[in-house]
Design a protein around this ligand. Structure first.
Ligand code: PLP
Length: 398
């Protein structure tokens, strides 16, 4: 047998490891050795899933609901999600356009396989959620990263997109609010981007996983229509991804969804059958409770806690001398420019963890453009811990 058969596929070499996972692993090792580590690296809510959702999941298991669901998800859940778009965006969505997936991650894998041919190009901002470009690479296509045209830009400008466009461009992949910057794309800018995509016959893909954690609107799901932006309300063919992970606090339940235009429904269903058979049944039954008003009340309180943490962290980082070019308007991240203190984000993160017990994520996880100048602080720890982290950070910088 020749050696080359015993190697992974070439395309896997294009997929970079998550540096944040190394940070997390080392943080856990240090903790196991008795050190007190403050976790500002992980992108998941520190609150456990709201009790009524947990109870619904337990009831589902007790009732023996352990079989597969239809590939696109439970009809009741897809109707609930359609109802959510009706209530908050005035969008009348046929539930057949909604596919429930194993997390937004499942939706993103599905989407890249539904859309992309080898040789296609997808445009995306730099920095961005790192998995997106890996999904594109695994489908044999290329990601073309577009750096911000001005400090703090939440998305590329139309001029930049024109300059980056060629016949291989098949998609424009955005997120709002974004990871790692927390930036929100304004309604007018999103409209301009949607028009651009339409005029170039390019798929507009918008990851709205942090939609409920958009602090630029007064309240998320407890208020009626109008507050909460979604690319779906623009009326075009936008493909929208969302999840029960972040606002709904269900990361480990692995449940998300994707809304596709009519012309992709059939293909998306066939691929979903083959890739996943179905999203986890117990999670879907639990998620039926997620939109109920008593649960939304709990989630809104948590959202307020995140907003308070955001206010505190942004203020503290700025007063310590970090710059925040992107306004942290949503998600649970501040993306800080560390160039006053270091020109190497990985070394900076290493020092903070080893010497001061603060775990944060290096910018090199998220892109190429000036990435070593940035560090992502996730405010997924409670306020007293954030305060402690800022005290330690002040000492570290002194
Ligand atoms: C922008 C973005 N999209 C998608 C995901 C994947 O989320 P999940 O698969 O838990 O729904 C994440 C997770 O951090 C994310 O930040």
């Amino acid at each position: 047998m020749t050696d080359f058969r015993l190697t992974p596929a070439d395309r896997t070499l294009l997929v970079n490891p998550f540096r944040v996972m190394n940070v997390l692993e080392r943080a856990r090792q240090l903790q196991a050795s008795g050190r007190d580590i403050i976790h500002l690296e992980v992108g998941e809510p520190d609150f456990s899933t709201a009790q009524p959702i947990v109870d619904a999941g337990m009831d589902a298991l007790k009732a023996g609901n352990t079989a597969y669901t239809p590939a696109a998800g439970l009809p009741e859940l897809r109707e609930r999600i359609a109802g959510f778009y009706q209530q908050h965006h005035g969008v009348n969505l046929d539930p057949s356009r909604i596919l429930v997936t194993p997390g937004a991650s499942g939706a993103l894998v599905l989407l890249s396989n539904v859309l992309l041919n080898p040789g296609d190009t997808v445009l995306m901002p730099d920095p961005a959620y790192p998995c997106n470009r890996n999904y594109v690479h695994l489908a044999g296509a290329r990601a073309r990263l577009i750096p911000p045209d001005m400090p703090g830009a939440a998305a590329p400008s139309v001029e930049q997109l024109d300059a980056a466009f060629d016949e291989s461009v098949k998609g424009l992949w955005l997120a709002s609010p974004a990871n790692p910057t927390g930036a929100v794309i304004s309604h007018t800018h999103m409209q301009a981007l949607a028009q651009w995509a339409d005029s170039r016959q390019v798929h507009l893909m918008v990851d709205e996983i942090y939609q409920g954690l958009d602090f630029s609107v007064p309240a998320a799901l407890s208020r009626p229509m109008g507050d909460l932006p979604s690319a779906l309300s623009l009326g075009g063919n936008a493909i929208v991804i969302n999840s029960f992970s972040k606002y709904f606090g269900m990361t480990g339940w692995r449940l998300g969804w994707i809304v596709v235009p009519e012309y992709l429904v059939k293909t998306a269903n066939i691929l979903a059958q083959n890739l996943f058979i179905s999203a986890p049944t117990v999670s879907q039954l639990a998620a039926l409770r997620a939109f109920d008003p008593d649960v939304i009340d709990i989630l809104e309180q948590r959202r307020n806690a995140f907003r308070q943490r955001r206010d505190y962290l942004a203020r503290s980082l700025t007063s310590l001398g970090f710059e925040l070019p992107w306004q942290p308007q949503g998600a649970f991240y501040c993306y800080a420019d560390i160039s006053r203190f270091s020109d190497d984000c990985e070394d900076f993160c290493h020092q903070l963890l080893e010497n001061h017990g603060i775990a944060v994520t290096p910018g090199s996880d998220f892109g190429e453009h000036q990435a070593r100048r940035y560090v992502r602080f996730a405010y997924t720890s409670a306020l007293p811990r954030l305060q402690q982290a800022m005290e330690r950070l002040a000492q570290a910088l002194a």
